[in-house]
Design a protein around this ligand. Structure first.
Ligand SMILES: [Mn+2]
Length: 282
């Protein structure tokens, strides 16, 4: 199993780089097709399976699916270790099966894993919890697998941009750091210090409490109209957090996804009609 896991992570990293929609730091989707956007998963295997079933990628070649914040949460081993790395491996398998249709974007829990830094979820420190479960599972190969996993996570795109002026990323910078945010991270290779505070990929994935002024400024800089993000918990599965900002969550029983037509232009008022509850998918 360790050998296969190493191979999977290596192939996954290469698939991130070779994605035919990849343009430097982001994925630029074609002007037609169907897009399914999921929010944070945090180890929620059942919802992951539902999203893939709904997407039905085998029969829909023009369908794209975005996954984010896959690790940290969900099932635990008998010592309380976090088993969400197994869901990440499943998502990479889906990516390898449909390399140009499945897009995993960088989340802040990914940056915490890469940096081996602490990150709390519901009062529990998740970085150590998942590393312990990986030690248990992979034995003497665990350090190599952690390194390969970090390399995979680092190779993920930062965002997905659609021709219909919709932008998807795990989060957006907090207003108080917007002046320090360097939008050139999207048009060049990611560097190690980008994901460390106060690097711009760190600011992008960890930001909260966005305001309209900052969103309007960023929309102009990125040449988009509508932002769709995860990161901030949503007990009802989604929220319109500002005029042009929607937050979705896919990590619990009230979780949601969004289904968009890439050929169609949307006003923010039309976006709520694109919400699909995961409970409605069998
Ligand atoms: Mn997050």
């Amino acid at each position: 199993m360790p050998h296969k896991t190493i191979e999977l992570l290596d192939k996954g990293r290469q698939a991130n780089i070779d994605n035919n929609c990849r343009k430097a730091g982001i994925v630029e989707l074609p002007e037609t097709g169907r897009l399914i956007i999921s929010g944070d998963l945090h180890g929620h295997c059942r919802n992951f399976e539902k999203i893939l079933a709904f997407a039905n990628l085998a029969e829909n070649e023009q369908t794209h699916v975005i996954f984010q914040e896959i690790i940290h949460g969900g099932p635990e081993d008998s010592h309380g270790g976090c088993l969400s790395f197994k869901l990440l491996l499943k998502a990479i398998q889906a990516k390898l099966e449909y390399p140009n249709q499945v897009h995993l974007v960088l989340g802040n829990h990914d940056t915490a894993f890469i940096n081996n830094s602490s990150v709390l979820k519901n009062g529990k420190e998740m970085n150590v919890a998942m590393r312990q479960a990986m030690d248990e599972c992979f034995g003497s190969e665990c350090e190599q697998i952690k390194t390969k996993m970090a390399q995979f996570l680092f190779s993920q795109p930062l965002a997905v941009k659609c021709q219909n002026r919709i932008w998807i990323s795990h989060s957006l910078p907090s207003p108080k750091y917007i002046d320090k945010f360097d939008t050139t991270i999207f048009s060049r290779q990611l560097r190690c210090n980008d994901i460390v505070r106060p690097g711009s990929a760190y600011l992008l994935t960890w930001g909260r409490r966005h305001n309209q002024n900052m969103l309007d400024q960023l929309a102009e800089a990125l040449d988009v109209d509508i932002f769709i993000v995860g990161h901030q918990p949503q007990s009802q599965g989604w929220e319109r957090a500002a005029e042009n900002l929607f937050i979705i969550a896919s990590d619990h029983n009230h979780g949601c996804i969004m289904e968009l037509d890439l050929a169609k232009t949307y006003t923010p008022e039309q976006i709520p009609d694109c919400i699909i509850t995961l409970a409605s998918i069998s």
